[in-house]
Design a protein around this ligand. Sequence first.
Ligand code: GLC
Length: 800
Amino acid sequence: MIINTELEYKGNLFPGKVRSFSQDVDKIYFHTENGVILQITILRGSVIRFRYATDNNFEKDFSYAISKDGARGYSMLEVEEEIKSYKIITRRLTIQVDKADLKTTIFDKEGNVICKDDWGFHWEQSYEYGGNIVKMSKAAPQGECYYGLGDKPMHLNLKGKRLENWATDQYAYGKDQDPLYKSIPFYIGMHEERAYGIFFDNTFKTYFDFCHERRNVTSFWAQGGEMNYYFFYGPDMQEVVTRYTDLTGKPELPPLWALGYHQCKWSYYPESKVKEVAQKFRELQIPCDAIYLDIDYMDGFRCFTWNKEYFPDPKRMVSELAQDGFKTIAIIDPGIKIDDNYWVYKEAMENDYFCKRADGPYMRGKVWPGECFFPDFTNPDVREWWSGLFKELIDEIGVKGVWNDMNEPAVMEVPSKTFPNDVRHNYDGHNCSHRKAHNIYGTQMARATYEGVKKYAYPKRPFIITRSAYSGAQRFSCSWTGDNIATWEHLWIANIQAQRMSMSGMSFIGSDIGGFAEHPTGELYARWIQLGVFHPFCRTHSSGDHGNQEPWTFGEEVINVTRKYVELRYQLLPYLYTMFWEYAAYGVPMLKSLVLYDQYDLQTHYRTDEFIFGNQILVCPVQEPNSKGRRMYIPKGHWYNYWTREYVTGGLEKWVDADIDIIPMFVKEGAIIPKYPVQQYVGEKRIEQLQLEVYFKLGAKEVSKVYEDAHDGYDYAKGRYSLRTYTFTGKDNEVILQQHKDGTFVTEYSSIKLEFVGLPFTIKEVEIDNVVVDFNSLEIDLVQQTIVVPKDFTEIHIIG
Ligand code: GLC
């Protein structure tokens, strides 16, 4: 390469003048005089990929993150050459590429600059490793805000921060600590209410600087690989997230029980202890669907084995637990004990499945079992083998879910906490070092586990949990936020992390309720469970070192609070399941930070505590001890306080009473919230009736949905689901409720109980599908304002 000195600055190299331009269907190439190629791919009108080569040479195109099922296709693509630049025009955007220096500027259709290169693409040669350190810098206009990036435990708005993505086992991490377990190199930028997203699909260690080094510049770079990023335009922030999720993949629907309450500890053993804990839930009537076996169920921490002293007959235990509605979830870590008498080890050795150091020896590291070797999950043969290991656990013993931990990968007693950089990986045939494979290792393990559990659980649905994740992991697994601490600050962190993960495409997320390290007070546990039931993954877990963390260990008051909130979660299961369906079908994030919910309200840009659960329920946890309530921001619009039913006008901060048994919670006017009866576990009862809470709104139509299916299995994919779409219209003396039904699934219940909230009149007449119904033939309560109607009505008029 000829390096023109003008193209070098402080060790950085820059693209030279554009020398030629070509187009190949959806790809446009710009070649510079110094061997840089910019390839721009139009995936959709608002989803554009930018990829840069140096030395005229692209790497082989391969990504673990991109889903094959994502939507592709654009309706318009034109390229215009001007004197100083090229213009690529799609239906939503114009991309300008400057001939002098290859800098790009993206405009919307009104000509607003959405994202503009500062230095743009530049690079440094990596003398130590070969290849380049690839860099990108963008102009950061005043007032731009930044969100996303996975599990970062800090203020939602990342402006002013410099962050690193390198999956790390961070026991008892603190606020602002970075990096943590996940590497999700996707952020959302928002300026003047217009949001866009950038996904830097590079698995090397990546860095993001949001106006930290230079006030007007945002940049991102990686220690190797290519400058390869996707740009998503909104302007709606939610659209940015759904487009990113579409590209990196959406999950399948989980079995409904996975959305129930889970109880975990390190560790429940022996069998009698597991049974005792399970039994106590039933005795106290606190609903619970899943119980966990942490590492002590194994024989000397050997994966896929059992400690027969603690668990003499796992199959019997698992089936006895199942009779009582408990699904057993078992942990599986990546480290395989070096032991010639251990079948998993032997199989892996025979097939050469373990990771090796650069010069040939196996990668040896200490984890729970002592010295271990580690499967190379980036090798497709290894994944196939690994998936087969689940046969006994799932098919024979009946375990219902698998929890993958320590998959950053974590290694003990070494300063780096992980593999050395030189370890070799297959990377699906693109052999590389750990520098490139590190951040994807956990996701490939979760993927192999998912394939295995899916194969043996079939025709039921799999359930996987992973600690480490790269973009795209949401296709295979849910996740939790790792080893947090039982402190009030961590309650704040858990709330932020769940919201941030949700806007980073991984909505199926929760924290260790009560905190993993140390021991919560009863009050902290109560406040945490109140938040936890509004996280898609709802599990109490603790290290067990500092006392027990089952709800009953905190006394009567906390038992009652826990029961109240876990019952509420079970009542809200059809609402949560509908949220999940929207996420699985369209990539809609399940938790919406206020900024995601209403970016056009400036007040939301710096809020952290309040969030929207689904589309219509506003939640704000109490995060301080001895509180009788808190101030919170109510977003614009009108809401009902869920507990008092008081009607409030949003767009302002407000004090909300919240004694120890209350979490501030508001329902949007016009919403229709579906509920099931309380059950101790999913499937305990036949659902005899669906309850719909109808929150009155005067004026315009409001739409709500209820998605249902068999709650497990894959019949829904053949159309056997039930999607009810409700349109609510409220007038001074009338309510009109229209129902539209899709899908062929027949729900168990035959009637729906409508419960009106905030109805401004007393019901005088009810008309169902154009027929006035005699009150004597109706189950109607004029005081409570409830009516039971047949489930398949088309239109109901309630007249005052
Ligand atoms: C790790 C996990 C934790 C688990 C423990 C023992 O610390 O994060 O959840 O209980 O290992 O397996």
